[in-house]
Ligand binder design. Structure first.
Ligand code: GLY
Ligand code: MN
Ligand code: MN
Length: 499
């Protein structure tokens, strides 16, 4: 059975790697080229090393267990996610596509702030989800070759080792590691793609890709390469097929998201426990908290908004003064192993709620709590249905506070959706419908907000107040798993932090 040989190859490679027997010593450019029609998954490989260097002494473009045992357990390619799970993702994707098709996935590119000054690199999420390989200048091609789940060939084009270039950029992993650590069946120098791709795609019936093959009606560089290699092969969008897999999180993914949520929640509670004068200091405190709690840092540019700046949904200047008589709204979560958490808390800068702050906060909190409780498969909900229910609940709360809501006022007061999917991305699985029935393993946010403009349609006591309360939640069969529960949100608990 094919899955046995694949799993055996994987196990053999991992065993040798983790026992220190496997050496990845060929640091110069590789001469690997691809066979025209690789028929079987290799089970053994020879290593043309001239110098035997233990894996722990090699430099890779990202942490591996041998070099970073404090970050990765044996068998993991990224924190918490094993090589086996990455293989299972590729196999599941191939099962969802017609036989003899190919998936074409370019990595993200390095982007530049100016000149040679680059932004932090973040891998394209679908590429990362299917490979665990976190380097630019890479292309994955996954060819589905038969009816069984393991009948696929994973090609990884990337940069060969080049010590001279790496002296400037920092290390990258090279072709041997692409094969031996990331379990690619076939590897080749990305610079040789034009020569190699025609063989890789030979006989393919359809190419699934979201790569930009044309821009403004003109073929891109990759478009030209694909065109030359596979002119007659039809292409189709890949996104919905990967979304269907990514939308339902595995136990390992949920563990990562819970870890990110728990530590980020604790960081938020620590922030609420002390007085703040400047938005900037609070943003820096959270970054430090995430880092020192073992996360990778902010998952996204946070919103740290004093007073009426909370009405600007994506206020990220975070450079104002915080006044004692105002709310602080913080939308900030950390990231762990590239899995994010998304949290918002709103609290009074003074530590004590005024009567108006308390009323508005309670209106949002009541709706938020009951909408979180709907995040279970047995409730047969969708995000769109939860949005509608939340909107109605907040409308009733606001009317009880004296708001006149006869026209489109709710669209002004609650201008965004109640939630979105979360995972590798803050707004995860773009294009995946909010009218999907929520099932076990879906991970979403529930984030109602009320933002009262300085408008005489609304009661004066609430004008200029903005409240949002957001948790990341994993849908269970009978109960929601609140991933961010350590961030306190009850009024008594918030006030107790400073009393
Ligand atoms: N933090 C972005 C959002 O809540 O959607
Ligand atoms: Mn959100
Ligand atoms: Mn958020």
């Amino acid at each position: 059975m094919k899955s046995f040989s694949s799993t055996r190859a994987l196990r053999q490679t991992l065993k040798r790697l983790h026992s220190g027997q496997l050496v990845l010593g060929r640091l110069g450019p590789s001469s690997t080229s691809l066979p025209a029609q690789p028929a079987t998954r290799p089970t053994t490989r020879s290593y043309a090393s001239t110098a035997a260097v233990p894996a722990s002494e090699l430099l890779f473009g990202q942490p591996v267990h041998e070099t970073h045992p404090h970050i990765l357990q044996p068998g993991e390619l990224t924190p918490g996610i094993s090589a086996q799970e990455y293989h299972e993702r590729r196999a599941a994707l191939c099962r969802s596509l017609p036989p003899n098709s190919a998936v074409l996935l370019p990595s993200a590119a390095v982007t530049y702030r100016s000149g040679a000054v680059f932004h932090a690199f973040r891998q394209e999420s679908n590429f990362l989800y299917l490979t665990g390989f976190s380097e630019p200048d890479s292309l994955a091609v996954i060819r589905n070759t038969g009816p069984n789940s393991d009948d696929y060939i994973f090609h990884l084009f990337c940069r060969p080792k080049n010590p001279k270039a790496e002296q400037w950029t920092g290390p990258w992993s090279g072709l041997d590691a692409a094969r031996d650590v990331w379990n690619a069946d076939e590897v080749a120098d990305i610079a040789r793609i034009e020569a190699v791709l025609p063989d890789v795609l030979s006989g393919v019936s359809k190419i699934y890709t979201d790569a930009e093959l044309t821009k403004y009606g003109v073929p891109t560089k990759l478009g030209n390469v694909v065109h030359a290699a596979a002119d007659n092969i039809p292409t189709a969008a890949l996104r919905q097929h990967v979304n269907a897999l990514r939308a339902i999180k595995s136990p390992a993914e949920i563990t990562n998201m819970r870890h990110a949520g728990q530590e980020s929640g604790r960081a938020l509670t620590a922030a609420m426990s002390q007085p703040w004068k400047y938005e900037k200091d609070l943003a820096a405190f959270l970054e430090h908290q995430y880092q020192t709690r073992g996360l990778d840092g902010h998952a996204y540019i946070p919103v740290v908004a004093g007073g009426s700046k909370a009405l600007l949904i994506h206020y990220v200047l975070n450079n104002g003064k915080l006044n004692d008589d105002e709310f602080i709204l913080v939308d900030s979560g950390g990231e762990y192993g590239t899995y994010i958490t998304d949290i918002t808390r709103t609290w009074p800068a003074s530590g004590k709620f005024s009567p108006a702050q308390k009323d508005l906060y309670n209106a949002v909190l009541k709706a938020q709590r009951s909408s979180v409780s709907l995040c279970r498969a047995s409730a047969n909900m969708t995000l769109d249905k939860i949005h509608h229910i939340t909107d109605t609940a907040m409308r009733e709360q606001l009317q009880a506070l004296g708001f006149q809501l006869k026209g489109n006022e709710m669209g002004v007061l609650f201008p965004h959706h109640v939630g979105h999917y979360v995972g590798l991305d803050v707004h995860d699985t773009p294009g995946y419908s909010r009218s999907e029935v929520l099932r076990e393993g879906h991970c979403v946010t529930i984030e109602p907000g009320i933002y009262v403009p300085d408008d005489d349609r609304f009661p004066a006591a609430f004008r200029g107040l903005g409240v949002r309360i957001e948790d990341s939640v994993c849908v269970g069969e009978e109960n929601p798993l609140i991933l961010t529960t350590e961030a306190v949100k009850e009024i008594d608990d918030i006030e107790a932090l400073r009393s």
